[in-house]
Each structure stands twice: as C-alpha cells, then as structure tokens.
Design a protein around this ligand. Sequence first.
Ligand code: M6R
Length: 631
Amino acid sequence: MCGIIGIITNKKRNLVPELISSLRNLEYRGHDSTGIAVIDGNTLKRIRRVGAPSDVLEEGEVSRELGIELRPFSIGIGHNRWATHGKPSERNAHPHVDCENKIAIVHNGTILNYEILKKALMLEGHVFSSDTDTEVVAHLIEQGIKDGKSFLDAFLESITLLEGSFGLAVCSVDSPDRILIAKRGSPLSFGIGKDSLVVASSANAILPHTNTFITLEDGEYAELVSENDGVRYSIGNFVDKSIDIAKNPTVIENFSLDELSKGEYGSFMEKEVHEQPSVLRTTILGRYDTKAGDAVLGGLIDYEDKLATAKQILTVACGTAHNASQVGGVLIETLAGIPVRSEIASEFRYKKIPLSPKRVVLFAVSQSGETADTLESVKEAKRKGYETFGIVNVVGSSIAKMVDAGVYTRAGIEIGVASTKAFISQLGIFYLLALKLARERGMTAPEGQDFISELEEMPEHIQKVLQNIEEQIRDYAKKCVAQNIQTINFLGRGIHVPVSNEAALKFKELTYIEAGSYPLGELKHGPMAIIDEKTLSVVLMPKDEVFALSKNSIEQIRSKGGDLLIITDVEGAKELEGSGLNLLVIPTLKNPLFYPLIEIVPLQLFAYYYSRELGHNVDKPRNLAKSVTVE
Ligand code: M6R
C-alpha cells in the first residue's frame, strides 16, 4: 500500500538513479502512479507520473526534466502510489507540496480526519491542488512554520493532529539538511550508511544501500540529518514526547542483491514459483529432530507448556495466508486432534467469539507482517488476553514484533504481488507445528520419524512437479484462453478444499476473471446449476480416502457437459485411465496429508500462464498491492 523512499547524503550527487531504482524495488507496494521531489539549491523540484516507475521513470529523462542532470544534491524523496483518496492521476500522485512549493511530503497510510483539517486550512487561505488525504500534512506544516515554529516542531505538531495511519517522509527547502520521518500504523525503516541515510517503507528498498537499518515503532519519529563530516539521526516519540531514544539497528547478514532481481526469469512470480523447492528446504532446515521424530521450533520454545495444554487453536490471517492457515487447521485437527478455528482477520476483529482465552492460542499468519487487518486482530486478541504467536516472513515486521512469540517462515523476499513461495513456506511451518502438537498428544516417535522423512522429501517432489508439468500446464492454459472459458471452479474435498481456495485466489488476481472454489460435494447443492460446456472445473483428487467419492462427483459434472481438468497422482491416474478426462499427474505420496505442497504448484502455474496469455502484468496485477496496510 504505497511505497516511500527518501535519501539524504553528505556526498552530494545526482540521487535520481538511486531514487528510481528504489522505487522500482517498491513497485509491489503500489504502482498506479509515482513521483520524486528533490531539493536543488533553494528550489524544490518535483516530477509525477501515472504508471509504475519501471514504465514511466527513466533516469536520464527525469534528471533532465528536473534540470539537475549534472548538478549534485543531497536530498530526494519518492513515492509509489496505491490510490485510496482520489483516483490515480498526476495531480494526486505524491510527493505533495504546500502552497509555496517549499515543503514536500510522501505518505503511506490513510488520514481519516483529513476533510476537517482541510476545511480549517482552507479557511486560513491554503490552496489545495490534489484530492488526496496526504496533502493536508504539507499545509499543516506550512501553517506551523508560518506561526513561528521550527520545521521539526511544526512537523511534530502536525502529526499529532492526524487520525489514521501514516508512514511519512518530509523535506523542506528551508531546512535542506534534513528529512523528517514518522510512523503510526504503516511500516517505516531507515538504513544507516557511511555517508547516507535511506528511509523506506520496506527493507527491500534499503538493502541495496546498506544492510543495517532501524525500524520505527508506532509513535516514533526521526530526524535524518546530513552534516559536513557525515550523517546523523535522532529518534523521538511524538506520543510520550521522549527524545533521543536509543535503538539497536538490525543487521541483515548474507543478503544477496539477487533476491531483488528476476535473474534468469521473465517475472518475479515465475522466479518465486521456481524457488519453492529451495524455500521449503530453508523453511524446515534445523527445525526437527529426526531421532526424536519431533519438530524443534526455537521461537516457540518458551511456550511449549502452553502449546501442550492448548485445547483450541485460532488462526487469523488474510488471503493466501488464510488459505495456508486452513490447510494448517486440517493438519492440526487430523494429527493432533485439537480443534482449529481459522478466521479471516478483517472479520475476527469485529466478531464476538465465544472462546475464553484460557487454553486457546492464537497464530497470526502473514508474509509481510504488516497487513493491517491481521495486525489489528493481534492487538485485539492481546487486549482480550489471548497468547499470540506469529508465523511471519519479514523479520522485524510489525506483527513479528507484536506477538508474544513466533516462527519465521524464511521464504526470502517475495516481490510478486501474487503470493507463491510464501504460501509454501507457511505450509512448511504448519507441517512442523502439527507434528509438534501431535507428538505432545500421542503420536509416537516412529510415526514422527516417518512424518519427518516424508516432509524432507517434499522439496524434491515439488521440483519434479515443476519439471514434469510446466509445459503441459502452459499449453493447457493457452487452450483455455482460446476456448474462451467463461466460468472456472476449483474443487476438492478435505484438505484439498483450502488448496482449491488458494488456486481460485491466484486465478482471480492474475487473470481478472471470477473463479469459484467449493468443496466438491457441495456442488450439487447449488453451484452445479452453472455447469455447462463453457465452464471449466479443476478438480483436486489424488488417490486418497475420498477418491471414490470424488470420482462420483466428476461424473456428475461431466454429465452436465462441463469441461474438466483433473489433478491427480500416479495411482489416481491409473484408475482414471481410459476415462477420456484431461489429467495432470503429480507424484504419489505415502502420506496424503502432504498433497497440498505439490498440488498447488500446477495451479499457480495455470494462473500464471493464463494471465500471460491474456497479456496481463503477472507481477503487478491491477488494483492490488503486495502489502495491504490499510483496513
Ligand atoms: O502479507 P500477508 O501475508 O499478511 O498478506 C495477506 C494477503 O494480502 C495476501 O496473502 C494476498 O492475498 C496475496 N498477495 C494473494 O496472492
């Protein structure tokens, strides 16, 4: 939900190339419009465009247009927008400025009381030039300075007037040695280099500059200052008014810039799908004890008693993370016999759940660790007295910090808006968690050992699926596009239901075509009415205990003239031989509970190739952003 960048340096140079490349690294957060502002002497210069930075910002051209091609300077800020207030347009693109074009601001979040503030400012004579909520902040600061306050005091006073969420970076031509930043509810970090400080709404944009950064907490602000002999920063809190807060920087070791590039692939999504075998290996690495046949989840070690005595598990998450949680729910209920309730985070907050927090533990699942709905659910759960745990990918993210304890999924940086490798890594953690809970509740060590050895084999199976079916699925997607399929449903039973949900989500977000997902047995209770020769039903039915029932259901679909794609395993394929059905065959697994890890792969690729065939941008589907930091 919008990406912010700001660079301040004491080694003056043309910062435009660095600003643009950072904005490109932040495109996944929003890409409907973009802009840059720099301080050139005592002039604030700005450029704004509709579109994604990689399409509409070219370094040489932007530098020329700003008139700074050969002139070094020391401050620049930039923004990628995901529109909330005001449609995507040049007029609404950030940075926004005050009446005199002296103060520039970039913002991620939503100012809820902007209309009241705007009215009051207009009465003071301020003239607004956008439809955004953000612009009020530039005018509030301008007014504060007019009233005799310093830049910093005007900034602090302004942000205390704001309701809603913000990650902000502001610069002013009258204070050309500093960028002021503040955070409430939207992520914000700054990197500490030798001669530069870099603020951004995600570490992705900081890591190419430095691997050392500080993440602000809600209520914190910082002054990033450039001086003759280097750069310095100071952190304060605008709520309790404390100043000079000491914080230990986070240092990311072993980071490779390759994580931020597409490498040999044409898109980030394609790369991330192909990374899944190694991601799963990394997720589970060192997190089980083969001899004991048990999982070892270091992050939860202090809470083992709590887990051992838990009578119920609650999960809260959104989108793909919710689908992973539902798979996790089936695993935990089947293996450990603990009831699991998987809640969509945006609903959980407002629900009256009749569960006492005693003996109930809550897992918040999130790739970004910044999703507002999930974060607010954790806050609400804590307020109600639940023990909260996280299954999170981004280290040091807001959810990771807020929960009592947790496990990182180690998926690496996921840039494609459509989540793929993060899903696999979340599943990886749920397999381990289910094992841990089951071992505490009667699963024997040999059973645990068998489970681990199967889990260890899964990366290899995913690899095989990628190798064996990619071409087939690409051709099939092409055929479906040519056939002009109007309706598509993803179907399965048991553990395959949440995988069908995830497949439908991938398909919708990438192709912009409505897709349904149902438990297969539910079809006859209503959705069957839509089946005709223009519908495609994709059925997940490897040979497990519900295979015979599924066979029955697909015949019902066939009899109504509907097209079918069956995803089954080698054994299932033998049974379906001669049926004339389209089969996509995945390996046979000893333990059917592991099928989600391999059956989702062809479905990710199906959505990917279908979308490409339609000419869509697979990494940046329309209307979506990677990290949804508004409620
Ligand atoms: O960062 P999170 O895992 O909390 O994000 C939750 C959803 O917004 C996310 O999973 C979304 O559904 C995916 N990008 C869809 O592919």
